[in-house]
Design a protein around this ligand. Structure first.
Ligand SMILES: C[S@@+](CC[C@H](N)C(=O)[O-])C[C@H]1O[C@@H](n2cnc3c(N)ncnc32)[C@H](O)[C@@H]1O
Length: 286
């Protein structure tokens, strides 16, 4: 017999029946029965597109299986405008509403983001979680990406060995994971994830060293390993993977290397040239 959600303490979970938990008023969520999908148009597949992803008219509704992206953080990088919080969330809302349109039912959206500042700390991840839920996404989970102890060369610990004003130094970023309308995919295909990778990547803490901005030539690239894991966990071979803030193309490179197809948007032609160069050097692994 399977376990049930306990009224006191936590239970083991074997063949777990969680129906009493999901019957609670907090879970007033509608799961869509929509199964309509469109094939990605041939002229968009494996393309880098140079304009704002606030409008992704090249992509029809419900054709993308997975979005993996890292948006601008609005913290003063080369590509950042100096936006107010309202303007910044407005940009993300327009892009992620377009993303919701182009995702298949059950398609997934993964947003890599770090929190910013200290005086006060700006919880960008919390803002984006609320924004995505408001747009209509269902949240699936939150991955803590530990960039490693070496990642923080920061000595900004505030008051040294004193309670006067010590400051936390983040070693982590987030990957926030959502689904459109339902949790399971409506279109199935060939899996490529290995057993050990599946065991490791269904855990919520991932340790991956950061990418060198200097080596890649982009102010804030993420390592190809990050989208590679998300792609193998959440998509089948040949699925279309979208990055609406493509930068130097790590998501597109990971998609190509794992036998998926990609579409990448960026407003900066220099970054897309860089992405194109990296894609040309990529050989299919599968
Ligand atoms: C954090 S970076 C992405 C880096 C990428 N993950 C990589 O590994 O190279 C954000 C990117 O968003 C781009 N960007 C900013 N506003 C945009 C918009 N409205 N539409 C498309 N791209 C935009 C910037 O040019 C920048 O390259």
């Amino acid at each position: 017999m399977g376990t049930r959600t306990r009224k006191f303490g936590a239970s083991r979970r074997e063949g777990h029946d969680a129906s009493s938990y999901y019957a609670r008023k907090m879970h007033d969520v509608e799961i869509s029965t929509d199964t309509s999908v469109n094939p990605p148009p041939a002229d968009v597949v494996d393309r880098l597109i140079c304009h704002s992803s606030e409008d992704m008219h090249e992509l029809p509704d419900s054709c993308v299986s997975l979005m993996v992206t890292s948006p601008p953080y609005n913290v003063g990088k080369d590509y950042d405008d100096d936006l107010t919080m309202d303007e910044y969330l407005g940009l993300l809302e327009r892009v992620f509403t377009e993303t919701h349109r182009v995702l298949q039912p059950g398609g997934r959206a993964c947003v890599n983001v770090a929190n910013a500042g200290r005086k006060p700390y700006v919880p960008l991840a919390s803002w984006i979680n609320l924004l995505m839920i408001e747009i209509g996404f269902l949240m699936r989970g939150e991955i803590i990406w530990v960039k490693g102890r070496g990642a923080s060369g920061s000595c900004a610990w505030g008051s040294w060995q004193s309670a006067a004003n010590p400051i936390l130094r983040d070693l982590h970023e987030y990957v926030l994971v959502f689904s459109k309308g339902r949790f399971d995919r409506v279109v199935k295909g060939e899996n490529t994830i290995a057993r050990d990778a599946f065991m490791r990547e269904t855990l919520s803490v991932w340790e991956i060293p950061p990418e060198s901005a200097k080596k890649v030539g982009h102010p804030a690239p993420f390592p190809v390993e990050l989208p590679r894991r998300l792609i193998e966990l959440y998509t089948f071979r040949d699925d279309l993977v979208l990055d609406p803030f493509c930068g130097a193309g790590a998501t597109c490179v990971a998609a190509k290397e794992t036998g998926r197809r990609y579409a990448g948007y960026d407003i900066n032609p220099e970054y897309l040239r860089l992405a194109d160069g990296r894609l040309r050097q990529t050989d299919l692994r599968w």
